[in-house]
Design a protein. Structure first.
Length: 261
């Protein structure tokens, strides 16, 4: 019997209806697939039934990675590695469809790392990823809402985001104490020309370090009270960080890069 490891944030998906919904989110036939954290292989088996041309599995757990060999065929390559240290962009010259029941404890880090390391050309065509609902709510949040913040701004920079459904705890074994959410991401063709995404991370970190306070302090900290910039964007420093929309943060980041160049 396979036991989930809390240290790896493992909750195995067992709900056949949810698995079918995940598999039917995108076209799998003749596409290359990457599955992150396949675990016991329940989703893996259904993906293979849809005839992908090739399938890559990245599983950190040594025992699970070995167990997966029993259900695979010549189309499948298993990598017994940590996804945070794995170079996904080198897997193929083709665009990859990615599925992932992400470990809750590192899901935000995985998504952020992938976005920060994106080149102009995307290595994937679709990301179908599962998060705990609280994290998903932050990803899909719009400005002027309490969940809006750094993760919303970073994710929306390069990705189109579509919530598929919420998933109840009983769909997993062992049952988590919280709900999960499935999100479908696709590449944005047009996005702000930020040279270094770490600058976007810095801008949002400074602005949201005191999210309930007014914009005056973080703006002055980064831009030294630049009145020209205030007028250019018609900024009201009495507003709070959550009141600025996505584009304003992207434009502020570009201005920050200009000042540093």
């Amino acid at each position: 019997m396979i036991r989930a490891k809390k240290s790896l944030g493992q909750n195995f998906l067992i709900d056949s209806d949810i698995i079918s919904k995940i598999v039917n989110t995108v076209s799998i036939t003749d596409n290359e697939i990457l599955e992150v954290g396949p675990g016991t292989g329940n989703l893996t088996k259904e993906i293979l039934k849809n005839n992908p041309s090739k399938m890559y599995l990245v599983e950190k757990d040594n025992f699970l990675a070995e167990s997966l060999k029993e259900i695979i065929d010549e189309r499948v390559i298993i990598f017994n590695e940590d996804i945070l240290k794995f170079d996904t962009s080198s897997l193929s010259k083709n665009k990859i469809v990615v599925f992932g029941n992400l470990p809750y404890n590192i899901s935000t880090e995985i998504l952020s790392t992938w976005i920060v390391n994106l080149k102009k050309n995307y290595w994937f065509s679709d990301l179908i990823l599962m998060f705990q609902k609280e994290v998903a709510d932050r990803i899909i949040a719009q400005f002027n809402t309490s969940a809006y913040g750094r993760l919303s701004i970073l994710a929306n920079w390069r990705l189109n985001i579509n919530k598929i459904c919420d998933i109840a705890p009983e769909s997993f074994s062992p049952r988590p104490k919280i709900q999960s959410t499935l999100i479908h991401f696709t590449p944005k063709k047009n996005f702000a020309d930020i040279k270094d995404p770490l600058n976007l991370e810095k801008i949002t970190r400074v602005f949201f370090s005191h999210r309930r306070k007014m914009l005056k302090k973080p703006f002055n900290q980064i831009f030294n009270g630049n009145n020209d910039l205030l007028n250019k964007f018609n900024l009201d420093l009495n507003l709070r960080p959550q009141n600025l929309d996505f584009d304003t943060y992207y434009k502020l980041t570009i201005e920050y890069e200009k000042l540093r160049s």
